[in-house]
Design a protein around this ligand. Structure first.
Ligand SMILES: Nc1nc2c(ncn2[C@@H]2O[C@H](COP(=O)(O)OP(=O)(O)OP(=O)(O)O)[C@@H](O)[C@H]2O)c(=O)[nH]1
Ligand SMILES: [Zn+2]
Length: 192
């Protein structure tokens, strides 16, 4: 990942922001801040330099042609409107396709991260995850639900801490009402 992000440029920009808000970027506590922020941004936006196709290329055959659900995958993303975090959980599920390709469970969580670690809106994050499952894992159906709190709505602006935004994306055979209902009930904790 190193080398894809221009750390010097971020540092210079952060120094400018500190000056613009009326701070002294040369005081003791702030002297290393531009470099720290640059490294943090490299991490926040690492998904811009990762390929979902490569991630989902690791597959194996398991004799299972029914729902696979992973729920409560914690995510931290960055709102592209205000560059502040939104955070919450993703629940995702898929029906293996005719090729029978199944991926490792951790890859599903990594897939969430690839799209979360970009400047985002929640709707796009949700549909990109579902589309990647269809395109790169060749699934018969996919469902993704994201529940998140946006700090741009909590710490500023309308100031409604605790408000949750819920988005979903459903593809292929999971559009079928019965399968979708089964997936939704497993995601909401019916198996607990
Ligand atoms: N649909 C959607 N909207 C988002 C998301 N993240 C932030 N927003 C909204 O983007 C909108 C940007 O509105 P603007 O009027 O351009 O910006 P603003 O003046 O900062 O708006 P306020 O947040 O209302 O103060 C706000 O309503 C945010 O709540 C997201 O993931 N999806
Ligand atoms: Zn925002």
């Amino acid at each position: 990942m190193a080398g894809d992000v221009d750390l010097d440029r971020i540092e210079a920009a952060v120094r400018e922001i500190l000056l613009a808000v009326g701070e002294d970027p040369d005081r003791d506590g702030l002297i290393d801040t531009p470099a720290r922020v640059a490294r943090s941004y490299e991490e926040f936006f690492a998904g811009l330099h990762a390929e979902p196709e490569e991630l989902l290329a690791t597959t194996f055959d398991i004799d299972h042609d029914e729902l696979v659900i992973v729920r409560d995958i914690e995510l931290y993303s960055t709102c592209e409107h205000h560059l502040v975090p939104f955070h919450g959980v993703a629940h995702l599920g898929y029906l293996p396709g005719r090729s029978g390709k199944v991926t490792g469970l951790s890859k599903l969580a990594r897939l969430v991260d690839i799209f979360a670690k970009r400047p985002q809106v929640q709707e796009r994050l949700t549909s990109q995850i579902a589309d990647a499952l269809v395109e790169h894992l060749d699934v018969a159906g996919a469902i993704v639900v994201v529940e998140a709190e946006h700090l741009c709505m909590s710490m500023r602006g309308v100031r409604k801490p605790g408000a949750k935004t819920i988005t979903s994306a459903v593809r292929g055979q999971l559009r079928d009402a019965t399968t979708r209902a089964e997936a939704m009930s497993l995601m909401s904790g019916a198996a607990r």
